[in-house]
Structures are given as C-alpha cells and as structure tokens.
Design a protein around this ligand. Structure first.
Ligand code: AMP
Length: 231
C-alpha cells in the first residue's frame, strides 16, 4: 500500500520544506503545484502563462486546470510508492476531485497533515523568503548564504507574490477558501495537526511520527475489516 500525504497550512507554514524533506527520506514523489506552475512560467508553457497573472496577484488559479495538472502528474510511474502533495488541494472542490483520483488509483488512502503557524509568524517568514531565479529552490534571507543559490549558483530573488501587499491577499485567500479544507478533512481518522511554529528539525520529527501513526491506523483498520482479520 502506498503512502499518500497531503500538506495543508497557510502560505509560509513550511509545507514545501517539510514535504521535500519527508518525501526524500521515504523515497516518495513530492509534488508542489506552485513549483510546477512557476517552472511552467519559466519555460513559457501556455497553461502556466494563463495562470501567471493570478499567481502574481496572490489569487487562486481555476480548479479545472489544477485538477487536470495533478491528475496527469499522479498517473506517472514514479508515483507508485506514493506521494507528498504540497499546495494542492486549495479548495473543497479540488479536495473532492482528489478523493476521486485517489479512489481510482487504488494505491492507498490519504494522510492529511495540517501545519499550524500563527499569522504574525507567517508574515515574518514570507517577508524573508527568497527563491532562486534559475532553479526555483526556496531559501531564507537570514540563513547566511548571501544572494546565491546553494544548489545551482543562480541569483536569489524575492518571489513576486511574497511582496507585502500580495502576502496579505494570499493569507486572505487562505482563510476564506483554503481553510475550509481543514473542516472537510477533520473528521477522518487520518487527519493530523502538527505545530509548524517549532524549529524545522522538530517539525520534521513530529511529522514523521504523526504520519506513521496515521498510516498505522489505516493498516489496523484494514486488518480489522470483516473477512480480512488475522487468523
Ligand atoms: P504556492 O507556491 O503553493 O504558494 O503557490 C503559488 C501560487 O500558485 C498560488 O498563490 C496560486 O496562485 C497558484 N496555485 C498553486 N497551487 C494552486 C492550487 N492548488 N489551486 C489554485 N492555485 C494554485
């Protein structure tokens, strides 16, 4: 059974960093819809160019192309062991579509992790966040690496949508459109909350423990189902 994780949380909660770390550790594919769109813009792909204005304003891209993008990505062979999704779903409608996709794949259920960080801390983090203009890697302006990307040597710049005004819009969109997702998932036995305001290493440890616990719970439920119990 594959391990399929989705990361919920506001912009700046650390979803990308933690998703990357967890996926690498467990040999899972990490999918960030924001990264896919940004690399599409760099490569001048038409779907991403249509999304560009909305991204720059901090608004959400329409559900239909986003669901199509994720459906295609999840159909690729490197997804067999499972995935960690960062930035999708962002609306309840996307979440419903994802449930259908996951059901059709028949490769294990979803574990949902909500990374919770207070709003003042989110604003502080987003204002200090930099991104490599060449390869798209995220960095912190305060981590002592100057303005050069550690991975490829490209120049670090502020994301267009991390300017103060757009950050406030993204946080507003999050609380009106994306936060209802927490209610959509909360009643599930595989829904978990992690305190994202802790140091990143501590968040990573909590995430691992909580995802393993949720996945174990699914396995126990499957074993306890009528006809599948141990002899
Ligand atoms: P992110 O890097 O996840 O913060 O995404 C950057 C921007 O890409 C968002 O502000 C949206 O404009 C767009 N985007 C990324 N994922 C989605 C999604 N699932 N639904 C709609 N828009 C998205």
């Amino acid at each position: 059974m594959g391990l399929n994780v989705i990361m919920l949380g506001a912009p700046g909660a650390g979803k990308g960093t933690q998703a990357e770390r967890f996926a690498r550790q467990r040999g899972l594919a990490k999918i960030s819809t924001g990264d896919i769109l940004r690399s599409g813009v760099r490569e001048q792909l038409s779907m991403a160019l249509l999304a560009k204005t909305k991204m720059e304003r901090g608004e959400l891209v329409d559900d239909e192309p986003m669901v199509a993008l994720v459906r295609d990505r999840l159909a690729q062979p490197d997804m067999d062991a499972g995935f960690v999704l960062d930035g999708f779903p962002r609306t309840v409608s996307q979440a419903r579509s994802l449930d259908v996709i996951v059901e059709e794949r028949r490769k294990g259920p979803l574990v949902v992790v909500d990374l919770v960080v207070p709003e003042e801390e989110l604003v502080r983090r987003l204002a200090g966040r930099l991104i490599c203009s060449k390869c798209g890697t995220n960095a912190e302006s305060a981590d002592g690496q100057g303005m050069t990307c550690r991975r490829c040597g490209g120049t670090l710049v502020q994301r267009v949508d991390d300017s103060e005004q757009v950050v406030l819009e993204r946080l507003r969109v999050y609380s009106t459109t994306t936060k209802p997702l927490v209610d959509y998932y909360r009643g599930r036995p595989t829904f978990r909350t992690v305190n994202g305001a802790q140091p990143p290493e501590r968040v990573a440890l909590d995430m691992e423990a909580t995802i393993d616990d949720a996945a174990g719970q699914v396995a126990r439920t499957v074993l306890a189902a009528p006809g599948l119990s141990r002899r």
